[in-house]
Design a protein around this ligand. Sequence first.
Ligand SMILES: Nc1ncnc2c1ncn2[C@@H]1O[C@H](COP(=O)(O)OP(=O)(O)OP(=O)(O)O)[C@@H](O)[C@H]1O
Length: 358
Amino acid sequence: MTLSVQVRHRLGDFHLDAGFEAEGGVTALFGRSGSGKTSLVRAIAGLIRPDEGRIALDGDVLVDSKRGVFVPKHLRRFGTVFQEARLFPHLTVKGNLTYGRWFAPRDAVPERFDRVVNLLGIGHLLERRPANLSGGERQRVAIGRALLSAPRLLLMDEPLAALDDERKAEILPYLERLRDETNVPIVYVSHAVHEVAQLADRVVVLRDGKVEAIGPVSDVLSGPSLPTAANRREAGSVLAGVVEAFDPPHRLATVRLKSNMIHVPNATVEAGKIVRLHIPARDVMLATSRPEGLSALNILEGTIEAITADDEGMITVRIGCGGDIVHARVTALSGERLALRPGKTVFAIIKTVALDLH
Ligand SMILES: Nc1ncnc2c1ncn2[C@@H]1O[C@H](COP(=O)(O)OP(=O)(O)OP(=O)(O)O)[C@@H](O)[C@H]1O
């Protein structure tokens, strides 16, 4: 699946001039408020007819301003999920879910009803009406409705933004399952670093209507190209691994990365599971010799590959640890005192690891 987007469009004083290519998986559109994320999604959905541009999915051209092509939104077969679930209040959950099927073309293989219901954990809600659901449940039903319309692409515009942290944590695992268990590519708008770290395969950073950075999630979230100082404070490493062992009494998971083992506390998980680790760069300290007598469970030896300074007196140090990349964010002063430079051997002391385990 290849999604190719190039859009130029004027909205009042705002100029959107952005594009990207995505090969399946989850593409996150990331950027501060007003950077143009929603406008770009609306153009992909067919809710905006761009002044100029071309949008194609697997060679099927949906917009081509040069040739006067503009496929209307209902013929694009894209599912959409917005901040608010927008369910039909007079229909039950089941009624809302099956409504989506009306939009599926006859030749499309619809996601089977039971499979979608199980995937989203909404089987016990089928007879209820939207007014009797929590915000998180409503959003899961909205996602189910979009999936049952057999979409070729799922557009999700801040689907968790209206939920509190607890509800967000409840729904994120379902979004991960969606990513891992369906083949539907997803364009996902968010301005939360941890959400993007958990879900995205690649990230497009927008600033003032233009693409500021684009790349794999592990590169973009490492720091320097994130849009705001607050985002850069949350920057870190995203690493894929497999659970090698789980020690229930200590609630400690051991995760095998490319060439390192990482111990993750406070986890409940089975051995063999593929997981994603998120290591905030501010929670990584550096030492130039192997530290001893420390309580930290994870100390990785590596070589500095690059150092990037920002305007807050901090540096982001990229460390190659046998194929696993770890980022540390330390003060520029510490960098000078330790004489950090590319090629130097350092020990990364990891204070916290968040494990995306569900
Ligand atoms: N119909 C319109 N007319 C004029 N300006 C518009 C219109 N729609 C959007 N804009 C402007 O375009 C800019 C981008 O808006 P957009 O909603 O795409 O940003 P966003 O990145 O999704 O922001 P947020 O995170 O706050 O949702 C904003 O400055 C907005 O005010």
